[in-house]
Design a protein around this ligand. Structure first.
Ligand code: SF4
Length: 205
């Protein structure tokens, strides 16, 4: 199978549990949702190293080239498969090809598709009004507030970490209110930790 990729780049993880961790990001093109608050350009293949990769081996080889040459051998290449919705394309051959290159594979999904086995770190970010199928993982990262996706409805699910992230919008006042509401919720229910979009704060991808 071929893989349609918007962009591949090396940066620091900006959100969630692994905030600050160096990673190669592989952004798959396309999504099965169209959220009002989406801040990601996932259409097409026009980003850096974007394109149609004909095989899992070709894509894994490209991803591996972006990990720095001088990295300490004990640090495995950390690869974040994101989108759009990566589980529309990510499959066992690609997981195997990345593992064959020694990668640790993280996936960021909207939870509408059940994840295949073999993912090393699974972040599920449910969206309001969308079918929610993937009810376990390493990290549940919820954008807040959402009309029909309250934190309470996820608190008993099988996740190790719960991150609450304020919805960021072009409306500065609305964004500030979202941040304040998110902080207040985390203080009230300490199951949740605050997730900020650190890449926006420091001006990186
Ligand atoms: S699921 Fe994520 S990538 Fe897809 S439209 Fe919603 S916010 Fe954007």
């Amino acid at each position: 199978m071929s893989y349609t990729v918007k962009e591949i780049f090396y940066s620091l993880q900006g959100e969630g549990f692994h905030t600050g961790r160096p990673a190669v990001f592989c952004r798959f093109a396309g999504c099965n949702l169209s959220c009002d608050f989406c801040d990601t350009d996932f259409e097409g293949t026009d980003g850096s190293d974007g394109g149609v990769y004909e095989t899992a081996e070709h894509l894994a080889a490209k991803v591996a080239t972006l990990w720095p040459d001088g990295a300490a051998p004990r640090v495995k290449p950390f690869v974040v498969c994101t989108g759009g919705e990566p589980l529309l394309q990510l499959d066992a051959p690609l997981l195997d090809a990345l593992h064959d290159r020694g990668c640790l594979i993280a996936v960021e999904t909207n939870g509408t598709i059940e994840a295949p086995p073999g993912i090393d770190w699974l972040t599920v970010s449910p969206k309001e009004d969308a079918t929610f199928l993937q009810k376990s993982g390493d990290e549940l990262k919820l954008l807040y507030p959402q009309r029909n996706a309250s934190p309470q409805q996820f608190e008993d699910l099988d996740f190790q970490h719960f991150c609450l992230q304020p919805v960021d919008t072009p409306d500065l006042l609305a964004s500030r209110k979202n941040r304040e509401a998110t902080v207040a919720y985390c203080l009230q229910q300490p199951l949740w930790r605050l997730s900020l979009q650190g890449h926006k704060i420091v001006g990186i991808r």
